[in-house]
Design a protein around this ligand. Structure first.
Ligand SMILES: Nc1nc2c(c(=O)[nH]1)N[C@H]1C(S)=C(S)[C@@H](COP(=O)(O)O)O[C@H]1N2
Ligand SMILES: [Mo]
Length: 200
């Protein structure tokens, strides 16, 4: 079974595939719970906590510059998908719209459906992070987080929140769903930060 769906990376891809990861065939879907069905017209993104409160509609987001980008995607359950093609809005361009309090050190991302995941502000505001709404030239399918998801290529994919609904800025770290259930607080794939050990 395993061999049918995953392949060991070629040696020339070694520098693209983090340790302990295998290449996936296709693009697997990994969701905890049901897939929320959210319409673009009712979708909104709320900024709360240590930032000026703000709500963005789909229209508001579409006024920001859009870019196509390619990124590798690494799930902690050991599949990786290279060269995923997305279209979206750079997180740095989005964040430029906000008034974030200088005391904010962490972000808790909230999703339709109740999923959460945490990041440091430093990991959140990076050039390669996006709010994505197209996948391989098509509107982002609901299963993959449509209408709008976050993509954070430098961390394990559980940080790439699907059906994004809010960013909460915090002074002290608050753990998200998987992080409370034993996943690493940061999740850097090249360091294999998969799970936390509960003693430190
Ligand atoms: N809202 C939400 N976002 C989520 C998840 C989820 O269950 N709910 N799963 C995470 C995990 S574990 C992974 S590997 C990726 C999977 O994204 P995909 O289903 O588009 O492959 O989404 C992440 N974002
Ligand atoms: Mo995952």
């Amino acid at each position: 079974m395993f061999g049918k769906f995953f392949q060991k990376p070629d040696t020339d891809l070694d520098d693209r595939v983090p340790p302990g990861q295998y290449l996936a065939q296709g693009f697997p879907i990994l969701t905890y719970g049901a897939t929320p069905q959210i319409d673009r017209n009712t979708w909104k993104l709320e900024v709360s906590g240590l930032a000026k409160p703000a709500t963005f509609s789909w229209e508001d987001l579409m006024k920001l510059p859009q870019t196509e980008f390619t990124a590798d995607f690494h799930c902690v359950t050991r599949w990786s998908k290279l060269d995923v093609k997305w279209r979206g809005i750079k997180m740095t361009d989005f964040v430029a719209q906000l008034e974030i309090d200088p005391t904010a050190q962490y972000v808790l991302m909230h999703c339709y459906g109740g999923y959460t995941t945490n990041l440091s502000v430093e990991d959140f505001v990076r050039e390669e992070n996006f709010l994505a709404f197209e996948l391989f030239g098509e509107p982002l399918p609901a299963d993959h987080g449509g209408p709008m998801r976050v993509v954070v290529p430098h961390l394990y994919a559980w940080k790439s929140a699907k059906w994004i609904s809010g960013f909460e800025f915090l002074e002290t770290e608050e753990l998200g769903f998987w992080e409370r259930n034993g996943y690493h607080r940061r999740g850097e794939p090249w360091a294999e930060e998969r799970y936390s050990n509960f003693f430190g």
